[in-house]
Ligand binder design. Sequence first.
Ligand SMILES: [Fe+2]
Length: 340
Amino acid sequence: MNIQPDFAPPPTKVTDQVIPVIDIGPLLAQENDAINCVAEQLNIACSNIGFFFVTNHGISEDVISKSFEISKEYFSLPFEEKMKVRMNRHQCGYMPPDVAIHNDTFEIRNTALTAQHSEAFKFTFDLNQDHPDFGKNIRFRGHNKWPDSDVCPGLHEAFMGFHNSFQSLGMSLLAPLAISLDLPHNYFNKYFIDSSSMTRIAYYPPIDGKSNQVALPGHRDSSFLSFIPPATRPGLEIMTNNGEWIEQPIVNDAVLVNTGTALVEWINDRYLATPHRVRADSQEPRYSNIFFFYPNVYSLLECPETCLSPANQTKYPPFTFGDFHAGFCERNFGYAEDWN
Ligand SMILES: [Fe+2]
């Protein structure tokens, strides 16, 4: 195997608008024709780069900033305290440092092949006691692990506020996304009843004297869509079609969105799922909160007719998101496969 050097050349700074910016204010206000206008822009963005910004997205700055405030408090707790809610096989709870190896990566460097130094806290929706899935051993359904409320007051409210806000934002993009694929506007909605979306609250410690290393190696997300509000530090890099790594541009008050492989395999690669990575920071800790918009775990996701043609036959057999996600976890989050 030809190991690449740990040093990764700095990314290209982009000056022109490589990542499209989509104003969804008119869509959320249900203005005439806004849905078709957004659909058209989604089609261009998802066909060409697989990333786009949304502006006027309706999520208050308070919701986002509160999630970062609590994240800093949480990750500063003693290790033993965090480990009381150690992650389970459903990917809920605290991921300690030096356990995760992203085996799906295509980067072959020591920093990609050894465990990452970052920590994370992940969660999905809580289930009410009267939900049919409550208390059952169904993977990825209602297995959240929350710290005691006196350990980090306000954590549950802040994190679920973030999660629910982004879930609503994801739901509002389903119709234009469906139209962009020549599907009925409500095509995707039924798959998001009992959605299994997850939020990942992450902490990347500074790595002394090791700038220009990769903290999270290049990968494609397994999500339907991922929503990335601005992190506390730069570091996110995106690979363009010609293989060049670019630094994530900053757009004020915007949320970055990318398409994931669950969507892209569902629609037979009609859109792109674009590789991205996180560069290590030698100066400051980096906090990043990302919402992964997932369908429910049960429905069979079968390629729609509009994504097939004689020249583009189906490449992927129908799959459930539950099986798809379990496979992704086994390959990339193997450390937690037998954690309770
Ligand atoms: Fe990612």
